[in-house]
Design a protein around this ligand. Structure first.
Ligand SMILES: [Zn+2]
Length: 246
């Protein structure tokens, strides 16, 4: 599903557009010329469908050189191991998330608790996978497209957002940091940090993106600012922004 020139939605679950497995986050494909990257991987139970969607976007699976994760929660990272091996791609994440992926640390990823509570099917696992750390401020290139890495802890430790400069648009892929209408997901997990969440939302707002493409729910192709402003207004009142629920 084409969102903007060079950016397609190739996976999405029941909190979004129900394209692939219900437990999948949004999986974005960024492509230009003969290179492509995926942002997030889904939960891993619909990897073949994600690959079919890549092909439907007119991109050869072999063109996907990298998979970049926003964080290590299973709906975003569970599919990483299978995807990188099927695509022959390399995997990247924030240092804390990279460690979780390398070790398949389901406890630190929050997967043990989530699975015990029926949030994910029992088949969702985090298999140990080689993963390279990304540092904040790093700039990756996909053809003529620039992707800047922004450290955004708060929803989870080791959370990254990606600012994509397509030439026409500045596009914020915010993962689970902030959703449309400025909503947030605050979990009762040990690595949730509300103070960091607030400062991360302020940090990404300073980049003044045109489009907001979060990890779930609706997307904002233009006027991202008004969505981020809703969160900033709540934070200015020392309140948590509205909760994201389906
Ligand atoms: Zn998450």
């Amino acid at each position: 599903v084409r969102l903007l020139r060079g950016i397609e939605l190739v996976g999405s679950g029941s909190l979004g557009f129900s394209i692939t497995h219900p437990a999948d986050c949004h999986v974005y494909l960024v492509h230009d010329r003969d290179d492509a990257v995926l942002i997030d991987s889904g939960c891993g139970l619909a990897t073949e469908q994600v690959i079919s969607m890549i092909m439907a976007a007119g991109v050869a699976p072999s063109a996907v050189s990298r998979v970049l994760l926003t964080h290590a929660h299973a709906d975003h990272a569970g599919g990483a191991g299978a995807l990188v091996s099927e695509l022959g791609a390399s995997l990247y994440a924030a240092p804390e998330a990279a460690r979780i992926l390398m070790e398949g640390d389901e406890e630190a990823a929050g997967l043990l608790t989530a699975r015990a509570n029926g949030l994910y099917p029992s088949e969702v696992v985090l298999r140990p996978t080689l993963c390279e750390p990304l540092s904040s401020g790093e700039v990756l290139r996909v053809g003529g497209i620039k992707i800047s890495v922004i450290d955004t802890p708060g929803h989870a430790a080791g959370h990254l957002a990606y600012l994509i400069d397509t030439g026409d648009n500045r596009v914020l892929l915010s993962g689970d940091l902030v959703f449309t209408r400025g909503r947030v997901v605050v979990l009762a997990t040990p690595d949730t940090n509300i103070v960091e969440l607030a400062s991360s939302i302020r940090r990404v707002s300073e980049f003044r993106p045109d489009a907001l493409l979060p990890g779930h729910g609706s997307v904002a192709i233009r006027d991202a600012r008004s969505h981020l402003d809703a969160a900033l207004a709540a934070l200015a009142r020392q309140q948590l922004p509205e909760a994201f629920y389906p």
